[in-house]
Design a protein around this ligand. Structure first.
Ligand SMILES: Nc1nc2c(ncn2[C@@H]2O[C@H](COP(=O)(O)OP(=O)(O)OP(=O)(O)O)[C@@H](O)[C@H]2O)c(=O)[nH]1
Ligand SMILES: [Mg+2]
Length: 358
């Protein structure tokens, strides 16, 4: 099955030096049979022109492949487009792809003029020099564009490592401050295998897990923690979480840690909650207090008065998780599946052996 990530199936893109070496080797393999009755000058001419043409054709094919195998930015799902912007920069990427494509016509011009000269040459040595010159000029052009190829290679590598998302599956996105227990929840209910740790910034990329219920696939998305600061100060990792909220979420589970053992005061978490609510007013949002097992009662009471109606869970023990997920499904209008989801969640073993995608 092709991957849901449009970058996952792009063939490997070669660097400038790799293309030069590849095309050079291919051109030397080109053995042109010509009758020994033809004079040495003509035999040399036929062989050297043919090798020059082969070198040029191989270089152009590799450049064209780099550009054409790259997913069309115009048709990209907005989540991937935003991630390409965050991780590489769309303008830089477009400029790199355009520059690589322009090289193809330049190569035709360079090689065309050298071949004209080869056709007119009167000495075998002169023809060989002209082939060498053609190869040298094309190689210089490739080296000049090596930064563009490196940009496209880097973009491909970074984008290919992103999770596959199905835009047609209902999607629950879990977000909040770092270390509040987002991954613990996503891991408990889905196939995702995020790392869980006692320190913040454990999750550094968007992770997609699945709940398969009655042949329906629901995506459950774990995100990196976001801090309470202006958008322009947010780093690449936080901006990936924002992109998931913006482009993937049918419903958001916004998780807060009233115990503050995450390392940040409740007030700051509340500021982020209010910002996320404002930014994504269209998505239904469920606010949840996690770690209520270790929250002192007076601290919990204060939190309740600041955010009335927040759900309370202990993600690490599975307490309150079923009802939370059912409410999330209600919000994405999958309420008809409620009973099946309840059964699915009840059947899940705690901890070690959970369903996997493979
Ligand atoms: N006491 C208690 N600890 C919890 C609970 N849920 C999670 N934890 C712990 O909190 C710590 C952080 O959990 P994670 O799931 O990694 O938190 P996260 O929000 O994904 O963190 P980042 O990826 O760094 O943003 C881990 O040590 C968990 O074991 C809970 O309900 N109660
Ligand atoms: Mg995490």
């Amino acid at each position: 099955m092709p991957s849901l990530n449009p970058f996952a199936d792009i063939p490997r893109i070669m660097t400038s030096e790799e293309i030069i070496e590849f095309a050079h080797n291919r051109s030397l393999r080109k053995n042109v049979k010509s009758s020994l009755r033809i004079a040495r000058l003509e035999r040399t001419r036929i062989r050297e022109i043919s090798r020059t043409q082969e070198f040029s054709a191989q270089v152009k094919a590799k450049l064209r492949e780099a550009v054409e195998s790259f997913p069309s930015l115009e048709r990209l799902h907005p989540f991937y487009l935003e991630l390409a912007e965050i991780l590489v920069g769309i303008d830089r990427l477009k400029q790199a792809l355009g520059a690589i494509f322009n090289c193809i016509a330049l190569i035709d011009r360079i090689v065309g003029s050298e071949i004209v000269a080869m056709k007119r040459a009167t000495e075998p040595e002169q023809i060989k020099r002209l082939r060498s010159a053609a190869k040298g000029r094309v190689s210089s052009l490739l080296r000049e564009t090596s930064g563009n190829l490196d940009t496209v290679i880097k973009a491909k590598t970074m984008m290919a490592s992103l999770p596959g998302v199905d835009p047609n599956s209902p999607t629950i996105v879990c977000a909040g401050f770092p270390n509040v227990g987002k991954s613990t929840l996503v891991k408990a209910v889905s196939t995702a295998e995020p790392e869980i740790a006692y320190y913040p910034f454990t999750t550094r990329e968007v992770i997609v897990g699945h709940m398969t219920v009655d042949n329906n696939v629901i995506q459950v998305v774990d995100t990196p923690g976001i801090l309470d600061r202006s958008m322009s100060k947010r780093n690449q990792i936080e901006r990936q979480a924002i992109a998931a909220l913006k482009y993937l979420a049918n419903v958001v589970i916004f998780m807060m840690d009233p115990s503050e053992t995450c390392g940040w005061p409740f007030d700051e978490q509340l500021n982020l909650y209010n910002e996320v609510r404002r930014m994504f007013a269209v998505s239904p949002m469920i606010v949840v207090f996690n770690k209520v097992d270790i929250t002192p009662p007076e601290q919990l009471a204060a939190a309740r008065s600041r955010v009335p109606g927040a759900r309370e869970i202990v993600a690490s023990e599975g307490l309150g998780v079923q009802d939370l997920m059912i409410e999330a499904l209600d919000s994405v209008d999958l309420s008809s599946m409620k009973e099946s989801v309840r059964k699915y969640l009840s059947a899940l073993p705690r901890g070690e052996s959970r369903p996997s995608d493979t």
